[in-house]
Design a protein around this ligand. Structure first.
Ligand code: GLU
Length: 608
């Protein structure tokens, strides 16, 4: 995780680095630092805490003159967040400086060897071995030292590196951690992600594994690990620059919740053509679709929850068996991948380390992989055999909302397409589902406009210790996401349970006043879930229910009811999740938590 940036050009580097880091802070925020070459030496300032602290220490960058520098915002993996463990890291003479995103897996062995050769370590990080190893290999040719370094390292990395005796250059390299390069008239930049450089350029080069780049103020040159020059083509990014700003909202999360109607529409409307579903970039033929015998949906976190929902959608509509797997499990559990299997990897960033490894595992076994990805040009978008983009735009808040919503839409479209091609869906049903889908954006808008009511209810639970979410079928999958939203941003323990499962153990945790959020959107299961609500209510629970308009029967078993508009039974997640997102958001605010940057988390999880 973490964000790295680098700049070399005509302008003062430090303010540009700080600005870039501010756009990457969602990736890691336990400490931050920058290093700038000032004409004679490399100066560094770094500190534990948020970027704000670094901005103050450097007087918004003014304290560090110089036009070439690198910066870092950290999500600690090795060594606690502290001033010394913060990046950048120097070699012993201060002539080589490095920022790192990722994990060096063989760092202990390297560290011991370096200590035996007289190197002294000041931090506990894995990264410091890189600075010393570069020092060990460096004989005046940065490229050669970097290539040698790469041969010794195991693990994942993106580095930004400056060598003091090559003052007009910045070097960067990556393996399994994201890295992009941007060319602008004001200078050249490196970064972990697009928002950091959008202000300067839309022309972006995606660095592939084991590629090295050398930037000067007017040129950029790419090399492979054999130090041979290679050609690369830029990709044009068409994201709206305002999308990465708060634009008057108090938090990114609130802004992104409000962007859901647009994100959802942007994801389905270009794909609906003449009453049919056309996913142009995907490249799966009708024959390919007909040949699918089994689907694995592989993902992490909230994306995994979209898979849990869409298992029901795929199985229900297309009658294809679906297994949903956590990427971190899939990659190590030797899954049975027979011919006819399709693996669908769902990821916002397209860089999630476990999802990328799962993709590679599937490809190694000759099973086609379809990536559902938000970031064009990201590793998973490039490595997957087929890709379908979600058009959510940049998402900055750590807790996902709009990317989650678009991942659902993408999978609904796929499931409908599969059902159509395989002759499983009558015309009228297809047409009516398309109509229901077209209505989703305005229904989401309507739910968002009720936010004050949910805020008042949420305020009563800021001191809650445990919260439960229950539901059946798709409602269980919605519950899982509602529960995750709450715990990740409010630090309240919460669990999602299949409603029928509660009585097999967990019901013993229900006490007087425990909040149970019941999701009740599947008509054929209304009565069953209501019985489970009554069970917890009669043991003292306070019950909040999210249900479809018209299902007034739930009022008998609930203390507080939120109604969502009617939609197709397979689409209810897209609506029911909105009040649950708002609930989590307002509990978090009520508790005074940092909604956009919850503790211990980072957005793009590029470590295992
Ligand atoms: N492994 C490095 C550290 O703990 C880098 C972590 C990151 O990617 O922020 O310092």
């Amino acid at each position: 995780m973490c964000g790295i940036v680098g700049y070399i050009g005509e302008e003062q580097a430090a303010p540009i680095l700080l600005d870039g880091l501010s756009k990457l802070e969602y990736r890691g925020y336990d400490s931050a630092g920058i290093a700038v070459y000032n004409g004679t030496e490399i100066q560094m300032i770094k500190s534990m805490g948020r970027l704000k602290v670094l901005s103050e220490l450097t007087h918004d960058g003014a304290k560090l003159p110089g036009t070439a520098g690198i910066g870092h915002t950290r999500w600690a993996t090795h060594g606690a967040p502290s001033d010394v463990n913060a990046h950048p890291h120097f070699n012993k003479t201060g002539s080589i400086v490095v920022v790192h995103n990722g994990i060096i897996e063989n760092y202990l062995k390297l560290r011991q060897k370096l200590i035996r050769r007289g190197y002294e370590f000041v931090s506990e990080t894995d990264t410091e071995v890189v600075a010393h190893l570069l020092d060990y290999y460096y004989q005046g040719n940065p490229l050669e030292a970097i290539a040698k370094l790469m041969h010794r390292l195991e693990g994942s990395y993106a580095f930004g590196i400056i060598f003091q005796d090559h003052p007009g250059e910045i070097y960067a390299v990556r393996k399994d951690s994201p890295l992009i390069v941007g060319a602008s008239s004001r200078g050249n930049l490196i970064a972990s992600d697009v928002p950091a450089i959008l202000k300067y350029t839309r022309s972006v080069y995606f660095i592939e594994n084991e590629e090295i780049v050398r930037l000067s103020k007017e040129s950029m040159t790419f090399y492979n690990i054999d130090e041979e020059e290679i050609e690369k083509q830029p990709v044009t990014i068409d994201w709206d620059i305002n999308a990465a700003e708060k634009g008057g909202y108090e938090h990114f999360m609130l802004k992104e919740m409000y962007e859901q109607p647009k994100a959802v529409r942007d994801t389905f409307s270009p794909r609906i053509k003449d009453g049919d579903i056309v996913i142009e970039e995907m490249g799966l033929s009708d024959e390919d679709i007909k040949a699918v015998k089994k689907i694995y949906i592989v993902a992490c976190g909230s994306a995994y929850h979209t898979g849990m929902t869409c298992k029901y959608v795929f199985e229900g509509l297309a009658r294809i068996p679906v297994e949903v797997d956590l990427a971190s499990e899939f990659r190590y559990r030797n899954p049975i991948l027979e011919p006819g299997t399709l693996v669908i990897v769902v990821t916002q960033s397209g860089e999630t380390a476990d999802s990328l490894a799962a993709l590679r595992e599937a490809k190694k076994r000759d099973v086609p992989v379809l990536g559902i990805v938000n970031v064009v040009g990201s590793s998973i978008a490039r490595e997957a055999d087929h890709v379908m983009y979600t058009w959510a735009g940049p998402e900055i808040a750590v807790a996902t909302t709009k990317a989650y919503s678009t991942q659902l839409i993408a999978q609904y479209l796929l499931a409908m397409k599969f059902a159509r091609v395989r002759g499983e869906m009558p015309d009228e049903m297809f047409a009516s589902m398309l109509e229901d889908m077209e209505r989703l954006p305005e229904q989401i808008e309507m739910l968002l406009s009720n936010k004050e009511k949910i805020q008042r209810f949420a305020n009563r639970y800021v001191a809650a210790r445990d919260v439960f979410f229950i539901g059946r079928g798709i409602d269980y999958a919605i519950s899982m996401e509602g529960s995750l939203k709450l715990k990740e941003i409010s630090y309240i323990h919460s669990e999602a349970y299949a409603a029928g499962e509660l009585k097999h153990g967990t019901i013993s945790l229900i006490e007087e006043g425990t909040l149970v959020n019941a999701v009740v959107t599947q008509e054929e299961l209304f009565k069953k879930t209501i019985s489970n609500m009554v069970e917890v209510k009669s043991r003292g629970a306070c019950v909040m229910a999210v249900t479809q308009v018209g299902n007034t029967e739930v009022e008998k078993a609930a203390d507080y009811v939120i109604y969502i508009p009617k939609t197709n039974r397979y689409f209810t997640n897209s609506l029911a999740i909105i009040p649950l997102q708002l609930f989590a958001y307002y509990v978090s605010i009520g508790k005074g938590c940092d909604v956009d940057k919850p503790r211990n988390l980072a957005k793009s999880v590029t470590v295992e």
